[in-house]
Design a protein around this ligand. Structure first.
Ligand code: PMP
Length: 287
């Protein structure tokens, strides 16, 4: 099925949507994005994603070309047109296409942002076999820029990290800075030791995951203990359980880090329970 996508206020077939070669998203990664999951045809954590989008735009002095209501309407229309039951909606806003390449930002009165949305159909997203098997992680140095709290499209290092993992038969990589785990290439990282969930606190060092916020809230409501602090790889190797969170994987158990089995080397009971709680509660709140 040829997808219908959204570009600057209009809907197009995916092969008919065109943007300029001078677009700053293309030339300079001067763009921000969001990914929202869809379950049962409804948007999960939409408000959180819309709020973080505004924050990313503000941090980069970029104009928001679309209101909350319009953005929601476009998401829903794309879900409808592309018949998405389970999947993702990808959204990107760049600073637009000035008439020439220049490091200086174009005048926002003369250059409109470029806004693109498209869907990704992922049947079985909630029931993923990986969640039952768990995933294997390697560690790599965190060599990204210093404003990881802004969700920009400069994803080359995370992409390299994912390839480093694939090359050695693992699924993903956790990044390490000054001896402490920051986060996964496209997810937040957690360990559980003595029934306490440990994850790095919020700062410019990591993306403020929307799934992270929801999962920590649900964990506290379920009387689970949560500690937001830095943790080392050695702590992770010795943990009872480990897991990652993101909009596209929800809560995903980790069973191995750098060849060390975590716990019994199978998805831990608390991680699996958190996945169930997250899916159940966020489906209730889906719009
Ligand atoms: N950290 C990074 C580096 C990410 O790319 C992502 C997902 N885009 C996350 C964390 C998870 O964020 P969210 O739960 O909002 O998807």
């Amino acid at each position: 099925m040829t997808r219908t996508v959204y570009l600057n206020g209009e809907y197009f077939l995916e092969n008919e949507a065109k943007i300029s070669i001078f677009d700053r998203g293309f030339l300079m990664a001067d763009a921000v994005y969001e990914v929202t999951s869809v379950l049962d045809g409804k948007l999960i954590d939409f408000k959180g994603h819309a709020n973080r989008l505004n924050r990313s735009l503000d941090e980069l002095d970029m104009k928001n070309p679309i209101s909350y209501e319009e953005l929601l309407a476009v998401h829903r229309e794309l879900i409808h047109l592309n018949e998405i039951d389970e999947g993702l909606v990808y959204l990107q806003i760049s600073r637009g296409a000035p008439s020439d390449r220049d490091f200086v930002y174009p005048n926002p009165d003369e250059t409109d942002p470029t806004i693109v949305l498209f869907t990704q159909n992922k049947p079985g997203l909630a029931n993923s076999p990986s969640a039952k098997k768990g995933v294997k992680i390697i560690s790599i140095d965190d060599e990204r820029w210093g404003r990881r709290d802004i969700k920009t499209v400069q994803l080359l290092y995370p992409s390299m990290g994912k390839m480093m993992a694939k090359k050695v038969g693992a699924d993903d990589a956790w990044m390490v800075q000054d001896g402490y785990v920051t986060e996964g290439t496209s997810n937040n990282a957690y360990i559980i030791k003595n029934n306490k969930i440990v994850t790095r606190g919020l700062s410019n060092d990591i993306l403020h995951g929307i799934t992270r916020a929801a999962v920590l809230k649900f964990a506290k409501e379920a009387q689970m203990q949560v500690e937001e602090r830095n943790f080392t790889l050695d702590e992770a190797y010795e943990a009872d359980e480990a897991f990652i969170t993101s909009a596209s994987t929800f809560v995903m158990p980790v069973i191995e880090i750098d060849g060390n089995k975590i716990g019994q080397g199978v998805p831990g009971s608390s991680s699996s329970r958190l996945r169930e709680i997250y899916l159940e509660e966020s489906k209730k709140l889906a719009i």
